[in-house]
Ligand binder design. Sequence first.
Ligand code: GUN
Length: 298
Amino acid sequence: MSATRLDGKKIALKIRAEVAQSVQKFVEDGNAAPKLAAVLVGDDPASQVYVRNKERACEKAGIASRLDRMPASTTPAELLARIDELNSDQSVNGILVQLPLPQIEGDGPALDEREVLDAIDPLKDVDAFSPINVGLLMQGRPRFLPCTPHGIVQMLHRCDIETAGKHVVVVGRSEIVGKPMAMMLAQKDSTCGPQTANATVTIAHSRTSNLKEVCLSADILIAAVGRPEMIRGDMIRPGAVVVDVGINRVGDRLVGDVAFDEAAETASAITPVPGGVGPLTIAMLLHNTLLAAKLQSG
Ligand code: GUN
C-alpha cells in the first residue's frame, strides 16, 4: 500500500471536541444545552446502532438528546403528529428521523419518507434534508449543511487536500450524499466550508456508460453508490484521492464501495471503511444541533 490513510475517526474526534467546547461556551452564556430529538421507527438493527451512537456522541458533547421509538406499524398520521409535537416543543432544537423508514406491515398506508422529512421545521432540520435547506444550499447560501458531505469537506480541508480547479468525480446521485456533495464542491469560494470549493465536478451513476474512463479522470474520487467494492484499482488515476462513503455488510465484514487494497496501490490518499467517512457524519450532526440552538436562541 502506498496511499496515505485518511483517518476520519481522528478528525471526527477533533471536531467533536471543538463542538463540545462551543456547547460549553453557549451554556456559559446563559443558554439551555442544545437538544436533539431522534425518531426511530421500527427495529432495523443498523438504524438502532446508528441512533445509539448518535445519542452517545451527544452526551459526550454536552448536547441533550431524546429518542422517540415508534413501532414499525406506525401510521403516517401518527408519525406526522409526533413530528408536529417536536416542531412545537421549544426545548427541542434539532429533529432527526432515522432513515430508512420501515416498509409497511399488512395493508395499512405506507410511510412516505419525503412527506415525513418535509414536515420537519426547517429551522430544526439538522440533517438538512428539507426542501428549504436543500434550496438554500443550491443557491449558495446554506443554513445547515448535510452531515456526510460536510464531514467530507471538513476532512479534505483538515488534510490539506485542495479542491479548487481539481476534477472531482462523485459516483452516486443520492439526495443524502451524491447530489449535495457535488453541489458543495462546485460552489464558489468558501460558501460551504474553508478552501473546499471551486472544483470541476462530474456526477456519475449506475447509468454512466463509461464509468471507468470517467473515474480515471478524477483527481478526487468520491464513491457513494452503496455497492460493495464496485470501484476497482484500475479505475483510479495514479495519485488520486479516494473518499469511500459506502458501508456495506458482506457476510460478517463491513466493506466500502471501493476495493480498498487495490485502490490503495494507486491512490495518494484513501479513507478506510470503517473509520473513514462514517464518524464524520456524527460529528457534523453535533455541529448542526448546536447551530440549530444558536439560530433558535435569536
Ligand atoms: N440513514 C442513513 N444515513 C442517515 C442520515 O444521515 N440521517 C438520517 N436521518 N438517516 C440516515
